[in-house]
Design a protein around this ligand. Sequence first.
Ligand SMILES: Cc1cc2nc3c(=O)[nH]c(=O)nc-3n(C[C@H](O)[C@H](O)[C@H](O)COP(=O)(O)OP(=O)(O)OC[C@H]3O[C@@H](n4cnc5c(N)ncnc54)[C@H](O)[C@@H]3O)c2cc1C
Length: 322
Amino acid sequence: MAEVLVLAEHAGGTVKKVTTELLTAARRLGAPSVVWTGPGVEEARDRLAEFGAEKVYVADSADFASYVVAPKAELLASLVASASPAAVLIAGSAEGKEVAGRLAVKTGSGVLTDAVDVVAGEDGTVLVSHANFGGAVNAHARVKSGLAIITVRPNAVAPEAAAGAAVLEPVSFEASDAAKVARVVSREAAAKSARPDLQEAQIVVSGGRGTGSAEGFTVIEQLADAMGAAVGASRAVVDAGWYPHQFQVGQTGKTVSPQLYAAVGISGAIQHRAGMQTSKTIIAINKDAEAPIFEIADFGVVGDLFTVVPQLIEEIGKKKQL
Ligand SMILES: Cc1cc2nc3c(=O)[nH]c(=O)nc-3n(C[C@H](O)[C@H](O)[C@H](O)COP(=O)(O)OP(=O)(O)OC[C@H]3O[C@@H](n4cnc5c(N)ncnc54)[C@H](O)[C@@H]3O)c2cc1C
C-alpha cells in the first residue's frame, strides 16, 4: 500500500486534534506516515499509533523552530522524493496552507486547499471534496499533474481510532540557506484562555456588530462559557477593536466547522459565511428577521440578543443542575 505523508501539527509533544483528523483521512488513501518536525515525538508516539500512523519520520532539527515555514516544505519535498507517497495531507491552518503552496512549487505538483474529505479514486488518483455555499454544493476535484498535495479543513473529518505501528524513522535534516532567509527572532506565548481552541472547538459562539460595544460583547463570552464553547467574532467586531483579531471568523479570518455554531448579532455577510458555513448545525440570534444569516441557519431566534442570550444562559444553567 502506498504511503500517505501527514505533516503533524503539534505543540511540543502534544498532538493537535487536526493531526488525528489528517491520519483518519490518510487511511482512506493508503498507509499513513507522519512527518514529525522538532522534538517531542516520544510523548506523541502512542497518540499517533492510536490513529493509524504506520511510520513516523522524525526530523528533530532546531531549524523548524528557528526559521519560518520554509524548512518544513523542504523536509517534505525530500521525503516526497524518497518515499514516493500517494498524497501529502497538511492541516488547513495558515501555516499549513503556506507549507502546501511551497511544497507544490518545489515538487511541480497541484495543490488543493480546504478539503472536507478525500477518497481514493478508481484510477488511483485522489478525489478531494470541497463544501461550497454552506455545504449546499459539494465540488470534487483531483490534481492533474504531479502529486496530490491537500490541505484539510480542521474539524471536517471526524477522527477515528485505528491501531498503527508508528515505527519511528529518524531523518537527518538541515535546512538550506534558501530556507533560512526568514528567521524567528522571538516568541511570545499567546495568552492562554481556558476556552477551547477556535478551530478545534465542537461549539463556537460568535458575536457581531449587534453586540454594540466591547462591553456588550462580554455577553458572547458568557454564553460561550455556559456552553463550553470557543468564542468567535465577525470582522465588524474586530475592526472596531471590541475583540482581538485572532478570533475573527470568515474569509479573511479563521475557517471553522464545529458541530454547533451560534451566530449572535451577525448579519451573515458572504465573507463571514465563508468561514463557518460548513458548521454541522447553525443557530442565529438576530433582531432582523430578514438578516441573511437566517438563510443558512438550522434554528433561528428573532429578537434582541441582550434579551435572548441571558435567558438562554439561564436555561442552560438550569439544565446543568438537573
Ligand atoms: C474582502 C473582505 C473580506 C471580509 N472578510 C470578513 C471576514 O473574514 N469575516 C467577517 O465576519 N466579515 C468579513 N468581511 C466583512 C463583511 O462583509 C461584513 O461587513 C461583516 O461580516 C459584518 O459583520 P456583522 O455581521 O457583525 O455586522 P453587520 O453586518 O452590521 O450586522 C449586524 C447584525 O446584528 C443585528 N443586530 C443589531 N443589534 C442587535 C441586537 N441588539 N440583537 C440582535 N441582533 C442585532 C443586525 O440586525 C445585523 O443583522 C469582509 C469584507 C470584505 C470586503
